[in-house]
Design a protein around this ligand. Sequence first.
Ligand SMILES: Cc1cc2nc3c(=O)[nH]c(=O)nc-3n(C[C@H](O)[C@H](O)[C@H](O)COP(=O)(O)O)c2cc1C
Length: 206
Amino acid sequence: MNVLEAIQTRRAAKAFDPHHRIPEAQLREILRAGALAPTAFNIQHNRLLVVEDPEKRRALREVSWNQPQVTDASALIVVCADVQAWQKNPARYWRNTPEEVQKTLVGAIQTYYTGRTQAQRDEALRSTGMAAMNLMLAAKSLGYDSCPMDGFDFEAVAEIIRLPEDHLISMFVAIGRNTEAPKPRSGPLEDHESVLIDAFPRDDGN
Ligand SMILES: Cc1cc2nc3c(=O)[nH]c(=O)nc-3n(C[C@H](O)[C@H](O)[C@H](O)COP(=O)(O)O)c2cc1C
């Protein structure tokens, strides 16, 4: 399956086969695809937490409006980010480059993030979004279905997964075999509303 086909056929799965298992090697491949998503300054702040423990899955479902995907998906990944990764020995993100390059990049990282709480968080959410999409497209290309989810109590989930104080939770990505055919797309916008050229229209519509 090529990328475009994976994008066009991916749909949010609502009913996973609870008995299905993804072979370990394929799950590793999917997670690797998530880790390959780009991050600004290559700070690689995404953290992909795989919930294997059935007890924990049940606890998560309880704080996720009882959504069945949480327990029934073959794999449940909590897509998180270390919001402070930018200041945790950032030279390691550029360790395969000449020292001069490392120095420049580390300086740029400090300049960009220092004192900018919202930028730190915005950047983490951009990165996790791309990692989540990579997970879903990789899953699709291997013949699986997925569902991105944020219908849960973020604080309760943070407690269950022992989220460190300086990390955030972006969403769940549930992956497995869908047992239901997807419904037709529910209300796609016309291109003229979702795609714009050069600038947004003025208030008078021109
Ligand atoms: C950030 C995010 C959170 C979502 N949360 C949930 C969720 O909690 N439960 C659910 O069943 N679907 C969830 N969805 C799936 C959307 O409902 C679905 O992607 C949307 O209706 C479009 O359908 P499609 O993905 O099949 O094209 C979520 C999607 C996104 C992007």
